[in-house]
Design a protein around this ligand. Structure first.
Ligand code: ZN
Length: 123
């Protein structure tokens, strides 16, 4: 089974579960997630599978499987039936150097891939 096939299937399931409505969280990498077991577990999974899944920073494309270190994480959780979470990491370099609006713009791009027709509601 290829990573790509797995990822596509994960994404299909995620889209189905999300009902076109996502709650998103952008948090610094060192933020304690003790009160958010769903996010904490998703992040543990992300960290545990870096070698296999080879995630990369959406802003600069640095691979976390190589030498990029995560500076922040973008979590997306379906608002209805929040059991699956997607995790995207921004590298330390981008997180410290890029202005917030660029980070936000990159985050929106990531989220648009999850839900192409999705809109955004400011919480
Ligand atoms: Zn980066």
């Amino acid at each position: 089974m290829s990573n790509r096939g797995q990822r596509r299937r994960d994404l299909a399931e995620f889209r189905k579960a999300s009902h076109l409505s996502l709650l998103t969280y952008l948090v610094a990498a060192h933020t304690p997630l003790d009160d958010h077991p769903l996010l904490r577990n998703a992040l543990a999974f992300w960290r545990g599978n870096i070698r296999q899944r080879r995630p990369f920073c959406p802003a600069c494309r640095a691979s976390f499987a190589d030498d990029a270190e995560p500076g922040a994480f973008l979590f997306a959780v379906p608002a209805v039936a929040p059991t699956s979470v997607t995790v995207s990491g921004f590298c330390t370099q981008c997180w410290s150097d890029l202005p917030p609006d660029v980070i936000e713009c990159e985050a929106v791009r990531v989220l648009r891939r999850l839900i192409p027709s999705g809109g955004f509601i400011d919480g």
